[in-house]
Design a protein. Sequence first.
Length: 296
Amino acid sequence: MQLKVKFFLVTGFICLAIGLIGAAVSFQSLDFDTGVANLDIEKKIAAANIDTLIIENDISGMTFVPSNSDEISVRLVGAARSENAQNCTIEAVTEGSNTWRVDVCTNRKNHIDFGFDLTEFKSLFSGQRLRLQTEVRLPDKLYKAITASTDTGSINFKEVKAEKLTASTDTGTITVDRYEGKALNLQTDTGSIHLNDGQGNVKLKTDTGSITAKLRELGDTVTAESDTGSVRIQLDSAPTDATFDLSTDTGTATLDVPGVNVQQRSGHNQAKGSIGNGSKKVTVRTDTGYVEVKGR
């Protein structure tokens, strides 16, 4: 009986060793570049007559940076699976005389990928990340409107001037380093929102994620909402005419703005206050997390 057990154990180890040797040989023979395509696509247009920019993206994040050029450029770079790269293009059209619409990889919307294939496995060992990124370069001017949306990926603005700026993503963080304009609307389903220097009428909304905003000037309306996540707003200059309404279901509400008469609920989950005739409206809501509005 013992001889049979030893026989099966030895046979098992031999089979395991043969399998490992075969796997090692096969692994060494893999071509890590097979199935991977590098993309570098760019579209440009003279900025002189363009005051409205609309960019719709399907599968990559976007970064907006200032440019010393007199052209607006949209560039898609990175690596992707070959079959995906074949269907990934940049389509750009001029609508009317002043609007430039750019679609990045939007012809893939009906293409759904499931699972984890060999190309993705090989990319882990080759050091080549299957990642695409869209870079938008904007000449320094005040635009009438800029709208940016993506299904998957973060959106980052270094510095942008637009009377109206709208950005939305299904999954990803939205960051604005500096905004000059009248109306700002940022929305993400899953991800955080960071406004580092803003002004005007501001609307910030996320389903899952935190919100932080620094405002150098207070617009007529400022709203910030998160279903799950904390919200923190800092006012660089104390307003002389504003109404504040802060509330959270689970957490604390803090209102600390110089000159504002604060009314705090006993449960500390709601804070209201006003200064002057209260014409400017600041509303902050979250279901789970703390809310805070502070002034210097």
